[in-house]
Design a binder for this molecule. Structure first.
Ligand SMILES: [Zn+2]
Length: 80
């Protein structure tokens, strides 16, 4: 079964979008493994690469305004 759009022929290694190779008629399968799995075996590596344990990383995450700020902003817009 085609798990993704890009397929590669197992016979002639041609790239295609079908599961049957248009060049040699061979069987084509997914060109690459899926990028993510529920087990996510590389999560620890990615967290280490991004230094997510540091306070700097936590501070870099975009945040939504607080409920009070939202209420204040909403009230101002109604006045305009
Ligand atoms: Zn082929």
């Amino acid at each position: 079964m085609a798990r993704q759009l890009l397929q590669q022929c197992t016979v002639c290694k041609a790239w295609c979008l079908e599961t049957t190779c248009p060049q040699c008629g061979g069987n084509a399968q997914a060109a690459a493994p899926l990028k993510w799995s529920p087990e996510d075996h590389r999560a620890k590596i990615r967290r280490t690469l991004n230094n997510v344990a540091t306070p700097e990383w936590s501070a870099s995450i975009p945040t939504l305004p607080s409920v009070e700020e939202l209420r204040a902003g909403h009230g101002n817009k109604e006045e305009e």
